[in-house]
Design a protein around this ligand. Structure first.
Ligand code: ZN
Length: 307
């Protein structure tokens, strides 16, 4: 979609609730003329067309005003289908396996951490880990029993010059790695954006050679809760002795990149670890991870809880 179409659909979105029969083609034609032909600034083009709709179709001007959703804290998000705005820091970006999703990860403020999904059709800039943003007009959603926020075509992202603090929820957990999730092991990342390639394809940049990396997405169970954790090359190498170089050797010897995954599973699955990090709901942002040998009593306790 080009800019004229995006702007047109934004206007249509806003007058959807009003009982007016405006043809998309009609608005689009005017928008193209203004934006593409006459190079009128977008805000002015939108204003001109707004005036036209008010005049010709009796569209209510109030309904067309940009109304920002109320600013809330993450802990205040408890119901789906609410339009809100948030000031938050991007704490982690994940790889999206869907072409419909442009970015997915975790954002946090001092009250909590929540998953966010930016749909591809949203017209917003890419966010970066560690930076803080105003996320405007996002919609709350509940997925598999957990709250998240989605960004779509009416959402906005503005980088802010403010270092949003994360919840002071440092935790220290002892648990077992009970499963590996998809795209773990010896992976390839896109040279352009760092996303994990799926079958040699970056969902933004298409078919690309990419570069090798090691990472594991795992589920850690401490008997009370399960946490999703991501281990990077440094974590993996310190726990298993398999660094990137070694992993490439294993893949070469076996003529199979999956041999690395098998080796890592062998060394990590079902074992106990002590993890220090930040907790946000189900997610545990790993700061430090080491092998842990439970005492007999602890071991029995864990087994009991796992049963
Ligand atoms: Zn890419």
């Amino acid at each position: 979609m080009n800019r004229a179409e995006i702007l047109t659909d934004r206007i249509l979105e806003k007058i959807k609730g009003q009982n007016v029969k405006v043809k998309r083609e009609d608005i689009l034609k005017r928008m193209r003329l203004l934006v593409e032909e006459f190079k009128v600034p977008e805000s002015e083009a939108v204003r001109t067309i707004t005036n036209y709709l008010v005049r010709e179709y009796g569209v209510s001007r109030e309904g067309l005003m940009e109304r920002a959703s109320p600013l809330v804290k993450i802990s205040g998000i408890t119901k789906p289908n609410q339009w809100v705005s948030l000031k938050a820091k991007v704490v982690q970006l994940w790889d999206s396996n869907s072409p419909n999703v442009s970015q997915v990860g975790l954002i946090g403020d001092e009250t909590g951490i929540i998953k966010f999904v930016i749909w591809s059709k949203a017209d917003v800039p890419e966010v970066e880990e560690g930076k803080s943003y105003l996320f405007q007009n996002v919609v709350t959603d509940s997925f598999q029993g957990r709250m998240q926020v989605n960004l779509n075509r009416t959402s906005r992202i503005v980088e802010i010059d403010e270092d949003i603090q994360l919840p002071p929820r440092e935790i220290d957990v002892i648990g077992a790695i009970v499963s590996f999730q998809q795209n773990s092991g010896l992976i390839k990342r896109c040279n352009e954006c760092g996303r994990v390639l799926v079958k040699g394809v970056c969902q933004v940049h298409g078919k690309i050679d990419g570069y090798d990396d090691l990472r594991i997405k795992a589920v850690l169970d401490d008997g009370e809760s399960v946490y999703e954790v991501i281990l990077n090359e440094e974590n993996i190498s310190s726990l298993t002795g398999v660094n990137l170089e070694k992993a490439l050797e294993i893949a070469k010897e076996n003529l199979d990149r999956n041999a690395v995954l098998a080796e890592l599973k062998n060394k990590l699955l079902g074992r106990y670890f002590r993890v220090k990090g930040l907790r946000g709901g189900r997610y545990l942002l790993v700061q430090d991870i080491e092998h842990y040998k439970p005492s007999i009593e602890e071991f029995e306790e864990i087994l009991e809880a796992l049963a």
